[in-house]
Ligand binder design. Structure first.
Ligand code: H79
Length: 531
């Protein structure tokens, strides 16, 4: 399902050396069609690049944030009428086709007496997260704040009866963590006229979407932008049925929070400030666009009592590093219970990430993308200075022989040391690049960081992929000059066989033809000699 308009496709243009007969295997992700509408009232239209850099500065330095999905869906927690409902927990109303009146009754059991916003903010902060984005209203239309335009909010519809965002805003203020609000502007399954992916399933949902935007979304966005102090982010979601006209009713409201950062999901052709790959890390990041991967720790955003498919701390830390190495942010989700507790497995993982960040955080914060194409043993982040640079080498796979090759690096190395204990490392400049002599064992099994300080402007020779022992060449999208998309269906495509007559250098180009524009997202290409 192509939900978003901002899917992209760029050509893959890679050079490789190979000889003999080759079979081409292409793994593709087919995304939605790109939007064509031009939006006009983007408030930051006249910003200079310097003004934009200043506005985005904190966000680019932050690299790591917490997403919080919380609402009435935490009551059924994935189960409706004794049946486990497939899919993500916050979609249970839609997936279970639960009538509005019946769904609203769950609110009577939403009583988060254990809610401790100060502890939540400390948890985020100690994990190394610099900002929090919480669902002020998700697709079910339920507001976590006291809204004057509806009774479908935490104050009027639940036994708890108190605004949940106020104390969170205060705790964020107190601990110096930035706060953002997620707001589902288009989908709203409880207010008449709100959109619903898959269509309405209850007459109570029918109505005019224009009126819904006018009477619910617009005043509510005003409320969240004016009642909670400084807001850092406004996070739109799913631009279902959003036209330019509808988007134009909402977009100017962000002027209520000067400097606020918004994402690309408003709809109506607005690109916003950030790209938002969901549940995946793009192969190469996005050229000339700020971006943020949002991701769950298990398989749901909103709490599901039986989802125990937790990602390991290793995966989460390496994801953060992978994202930073591509110049993006990681917005990692927690889904608290109806009682107001963040699940214990989430807490444990965040604490473990925090322990790593205490030692290695400076290899993440304020860094920019790796200057190398894909590194075989891990990732690289960097900081640029006037007369040199610091390279942070994130070693995931510790070399058996202790020799870490930094391919193509030509610079003079001023210093090489282990970030955790400042121990100096021996280095040598070889024709293939710089070789760093590592100790036998990694200091951290997940990611040990080696720091290289180099003089002068970065001088890195691009290293072309070579044939392996079987003569095959693997070209990953990470190696290519690509831009990847968003929502996606995965599809494996086997291309034809091809014959390369001459040994030596060949050029493989994969390009969608302009006249038949198909947004594709190439994840990897394998060339194999035919037996
Ligand atoms: O808030 C989280 C999700 O609820 C929201 N975005 C993140 C941040 C989101 N909205 N839509 N989607 C994600 C993708 C929707 C996928 C769908 Fe389905 C496929 C909707 C219907 C089919 C997943 C599977 C949800 C129900 C079944």
């Amino acid at each position: 399902m192509a939900l978003f308009e901002q899917a992209y496709c760029r050509h893959v243009d890679s050079t490789f050396r190979a000889a003999g007969f080759l079979r081409l295997l292409l793994l593709l992700i087919i995304c939605g069609l790109p939007g064509t509408i031009e939006a006009s009232s983007w408030p930051y239209q006249d910003e200079t690049p310097a003004q934009r850099d200043a506005r985005m500065a904190w966000w680019r330095q932050a690299r790591f944030g917490m997403f919080i999905h919380w609402g009435v869906y935490a009551v059924p927690a994935g189960t409706y009428k004794g049946k486990r409902i497939n899919g993500i927990g916050e979609w249970i109303m839609n997936q279970g086709k639960i009538p509005v009146a019946e769904y609203k009754r769950f609110a009577k059991q939403f009583n988060p007496v254990k809610y401790d916003p100060d502890a939540w903010v400390r948890l985020a902060k100690e994990a190394g997260m610099k900002y929090i984005v919480i669902t002020s209203k998700h697709h079910d239309g339920f507001a976590l704040f006291d809204s004057n335009v509806t009774d479908w909010d935490v104050v009027d519809a639940t036994p708890y009866g108190k605004d949940l965002l106020k104390p969170l805003a205060e705790a964020c203020q107190k601990h110096g963590v930035k706060l953002g609000f997620y707001y589902s502007q288009a989908q709203d399954w409880c207010h008449p006229g709100g959109a619903a992916v898959g269509g309405h399933w209850d007459n109570a949902q029918d109505g005019s979407m224009d009126e819904y935007i006018q009477n619910i979304a617009v005043p509510q966005v005003k409320e969240i932008l004016t009642h909670y102090g400084d807001l850092a982010v406004l996070w739109w979601d799913t631009p279902q049925n959003m036209t330019v006209e509808r988007a134009n009713m909402l977009q100017p409201l962000i002027n209520l929070q000067p400097g606020i950062i918004t994402n690309n999901r408003l709809g109506g052709g607005y690109q916003g400030d950030t790209e938002t790959p969901e549940q995946h890390i793009p192969a190469t990041g996005y050229k000339d666009r700020d971006w943020e991967t949002c991701m769950t720790m298990n398989d749901t955003w909103g709490f599901k009592s039986y989802d125990n498919n937790w990602k390991s701390t290793e995966t989460l830390i390496r994801n953060l590093v992978d994202i930073a190495s591509k110049g993006g942010n990681y917005l990692l989700n927690v889904g608290p219970t109806a009682e107001g507790e963040i699940p214990q497995p989430s807490i444990e993982r965040l604490q473990e990430i925090g322990r790593w960040m205490k030692v290695y955080g400076n290899s993440i914060y304020e860094t920019t993308a790796s200057p190398f194409t894909r590194l075989p043993w891990g990732r690289c982040t960097k900081k640029m200075f006037i007369n040199g640079a610091t390279l942070y080498l994130h070693v995931f796979d510790w070399p058996q022989d202790g020799k870490l090759l930094v391919p193509g690096l030509k610079n003079q190395i001023q210093q090489a040391y282990l970030m955790a204990n400042l121990k100096t490392l021996k280095i040598s400049s070889e024709p293939q690049g710089v070789v760093v002599q590592l100790p036998k064992q990694p200091l951290d099994e997940i990611d040990t960081v080696v720091v290289l300080k180099v003089a002068g402007p970065l001088d890195i020779e691009k290293v072309l992929p070579t044939q392996d022992a079987k003569g095959a060449v693997l070209l990953l999208a990470e190696m290519a000059d690509t831009s990847t998309g968003d929502y996606s269906q995965f599809k494996t495509v086997t291309l034809d066989q091809t014959k390369l007559l001459d040994p030596g250098e060949h050029k493989l180009q994969i390009k969608p033809r302009k006249e038949r524009w198909q947004p594709v997202n190439v994840r990897s290409i394998t060339l194999e000699p035919v037996q």
